[in-house]
Design a protein around this ligand. Structure first.
Ligand code: FMN
Length: 98
């Protein structure tokens, strides 16, 4: 039964490579303008053996930002800055939700 955690899991239309899900965790590693940094990519790459990852808390507008150095996704530059991180985890066959 314990091997089941390593077996694939269907989450609606996503096929996860295993049953492990990484919880969202506040790391404060974005830059001061809410852009994703290389350090964040490294953090996620190190954890990319999960089936599904939750990204860190991500403000969807300036008024929603409760913490410094969290990555935003409400400007075009912020959205673009996620690309290297998501590309890196997708190489490892992991899905990531923001
Ligand atoms: C926005 C947000 C930020 C979080 N940041 C952290 C964190 O920095 N460290 C942490 O241990 N849990 C953090 N959590 C909680 C975890 O995501 C997770 O819910 C918690 O560890 C409990 O896990 P469980 O629901 O599986 O019991 C955060 C949750 C949210 C919604």
């Amino acid at each position: 039964m314990s091997e089941r955690i390593f077996s694939p899991f269907s989450l609606n239309d996503l096929l996860l490579s295993n049953h492990m899900v990484m919880a969202t965790m506040t790391r404060y590693r974005a830059d001061q303008n809410g852009h994703v940094t290389d350090r964040m990519g490294t953090h996620c790459q190190h954890r990319a053996s999960a089936g599904l990852m939750n990204a860190e808390p991500t403000p969807v507008c300036a008024a929603a930002n409760g913490y410094p150095y969290t990555p935003g996704i409400f400007t075009h530059d912020q959205a673009a800055s996620w690309r290297r991180l998501t590309d890196a985890v997708h190489v490892a066959d992991v899905h990531i939700f923001v």
